[in-house]
Write a protein that binds this ligand. Structure first.
Ligand code: NDP
Length: 488
């Protein structure tokens, strides 16, 4: 019951600046040992309605604040999260099963995301427009400004319960919007701790509202509510598709799933590539949208790279996420483990070679590597979201690029999020940046690299729009064109 004691002031739903009781409650359990680590409200349609109403009022208050004040509030929230680093890390470990080192890193990133957002509050600007250059527009002076949208609805996934929430809340407030957040049901406690931080930072009531509960019961009414001007969603392609369908003509920003990977050629620094691919393949048990799921290796280095990769994967410390030594902890629940084991089983039945792993104890799936796979195998062309890495080989660099692209689109989705390219050949690196059909190409990093200030997002079924505070603020504002007719 670790988190319950941390949350004693903040259980319930955050509506209109205060913690309100819910019609019913759900337990949050640790993926590691199933212990109850918290209890959160299950909102119903009435609470969603109340949260949106509160957010409409909150919008008037936030939009009325000078940018300097919005920046100050976000800086204060960033500082409070930093002060409570241990508490946030403990909450992330408890509810998501993320190993301590990754949980602590997530808190540090969230501090940075809020700080970056605070800076964006002071950068909302437009441009002058030379209207008199247009025929018939003489004696006009024009410019455009950026204005907030109003109420933003945010729906977030389980795997980064703090930083991905900050990537929505920070820019929304920086831009002068209010927000209604629905965090993932598996990991809502961290978001509630963040809500408490914003109350203490002095955010006006209704500027940030948090409603917890199941996606269809709480997320969907938020998506369908026409008072919500933008839905910003991070999660699976399937739910993203529902949101796109249900939101009608209103704006959506969708950060969706993928089956990312890395290409390693024979000129690469193999030691560096190995370290980065290993981290990308198994960090948080592969439950990362930019998980390095697929490796494409040049035949000249494939045997040595694969042998060392498998050796290292076998040696990763698996176990209790609270233990600082743990590198691989549990998956989010048993159903996720079963689905991943089934993908591995069916790959082996289809002729793939299991080099290590393919087994699990309770929710802990051991790091798994498969060779002799092809682009049509689900373990390659679908998002596995598990500690499973596939290995394929190529003879020349351009066919490696083509194999990566083929594997992105050969399944039920047409993914395009990120690819890492390890090479010391500059021409090949440039070719990769032009030919890989993804939103993010990382040269000499695996797919699992992200800097929070960069524009980040996918193409095709991996999403629309870009996060990173500067870019999210653009999505969360409208351009308003202004013209002055100076007369004759
Ligand atoms: P889901 O899509 O299952 O859930 C995401 C959120 O949507 C949760 O809050 C969920 O609520 C909610 N939801 C579920 N059904 C509905 C619905 N019908 N209407 C509205 N909201 C709904 O994703 P996961 O939480 O399992 O996260 C994993 C996925 O997220 C992976 O596909 C991963 O790639 C993707 N992701 C993408 C990232 C990116 O930046 N591109 C980053 C991180 C993850 P509830 O929890 O109650 O079900």
């Amino acid at each position: 019951m670790l988190i319950l004691s941390l949350m004693e002031h903040s259980a319930g739903l955050l509506i209109g600046g205060e913690w309100r009781t819910a019609p019913s409650w759900s337990e949050v359990r640790s993926p590691w040992d199933s212990a109850v680590v918290g209890r959160v409200g299950r909102a119903g349609p009435e609470q969603v309605d109340a949260a949106v109403r509160a957010a409409e009022h909150g919008f008037d208050l936030v939009a009325g604040l000078p940018a300097a004040e919005r920046a100050r509030l976000l800086r204060r929230a960033s500082a409070l999260v930093a002060e409570r680093r241990e508490r946030f890390a403990a909450a992330i470990i408890a509810e998501s099963g993320k190993p301590r080192r990754h949980a602590a890193a997530e808190v540090d990133r969230a501090v940075e995301t809020l700080r970056l957002s605070s800076e964006e509050a002071g950068r909302l600007h437009g441009e002058t427009v030379p209207l008199d250059a247009a025929p018939g527009s003489a004696r006009r002076r024009g410019y455009f400004i950026r204005v907030p949208l109003g109420v933003v609805g945010a729906i977030t996934p389980f795997n980064f319960p703090l930083n991905l929430v900050c990537h929505k809340v920070g820019p929304a407030l920086a831009a002068g919007n209010s927000i209604v957040l629905k965090p993932a049901s598996a990991t809502p406690l961290t978001a509630l701790l963040l809500g408490q931080v914003f109350i203490e930072a002095g955010l006006p009531p209704g500027a940030l509202n948090i409603v917890t509960g199941p996606g269809p019961a709480v997320g969907l009414p938020l998506v369908r509510d026409i008072r919500v001007r933008l839905i910003t969603f991070t999660g699976s392609a399937a739910v993203g598709e529902t949101i796109r369908t249900e939101s009608g003509l209103r704006r959506t920003a969708l950060e969706l799933g993928a089956n990312c990977g890395a290409i390693v050629d024979e000129t690469a620094d193999l030691d560096a590539a190995l370290e980065r691919c290993l981290a990308g393949g198994f960090a948080y048990s592969g439950q990362v949208c930019i998980h390095t799921q697929r490796l494409y290796l040049h035949t000249a280095i494939a045997d040595e790279f694969t042998r060392r990769f498998v050796e290292r994967a076998r040696a990763l410390a698996c176990g209790d996420p609270a233990d600082p030594a743990t590198e691989v902890g549990p998956m989010i629940n048993r159903a996720a483990v079963e689905a991943a084991l089934e993908l591995v089983r069916s790959a082996v039945e289809a002729g793939a070679e299991l080099l290590c792993g393919g087994t699990a104890e309770n929710n802990l799936m051991h790091p798994t590597v498969l060779a002799r796979v092809g682009p049509e195998l689900p373990v390659v062309c679908e998002e596995t979201f598990a500690p499973v890495v596939t290995v394929e080989t190529f003879k020349d660099f351009d066919s490696g690029l083509a194999m990566f692209n083929r594997g992105s689109s050969a399944g039920t989705r047409d993914y395009g999020l990120a690819c890492g390219v390890f090479t010391s050949d500059l021409n090949r690196a440039f070719r990769a940046t032009e030919r890989l059909a993804v939103g993010n190409v990382y040269v000499n990093d695996s797919a699992t690299f992200r800097a929070d200030l960069a524009p980040y997002g996918g193409v095709r079924d991996s999403g629309t729009g870009r996060e990173g505070p500067r870019f999210a603020v653009e999505q969360m504002t409208d351009i308003r064109m202004v013209s002055f007719n100076l007369g004759d």
